[in-house]
Design a protein around this ligand. Sequence first.
Ligand code: AMP
Ligand code: ZN
Length: 137
Amino acid sequence: MECIFCKIIKGEIPCQKVYEDSAFIAFLDIAPINHGHILVLPKKHFINFFETPENVLADLIKISKKIAKAMCETLNTDSFNLGVNTNKTAGQLVPHLHFHLIPRFSGDGLKHWSRKEYKKGEIEEYGERIMREIENV
Ligand code: AMP
Ligand code: ZN
């Protein structure tokens, strides 16, 4: 499977790279939520979070922490969001697993997600259903 990020990894499409090793690459998002917004991804093509092996995710988290630290230091902030859009309904456009590291600044105008409420008894129902399902995964 070839996707736009596979082409970036192969050097067929340019990117503004900030990190690379034998298994991972990080580059600036071309349409940043805030300037300095970074995408971190495995070079191997996994279509989403679910399809990515745990050992790859573990290494990706370690690298992302290091890169996030450097991003925050560089941009003089202590705040960032880590995001992983998983599948279309969640806004995943590129089918190659990637973490978004989004630097945050006071007054940057971004709003946190809007919130809903549970009706009486619903929080217990949702929690118990998910807890039971975890035993089957
Ligand atoms: P997602 O919606 O989670 O799949 O995120 C895909 C991200 O890739 C978006 O934030 C895009 O702006 C970014 N993107 C798409 N094409 C490129 C590219 N050629 N270089 C850098 N970032 C890109
Ligand atoms: Zn790919």
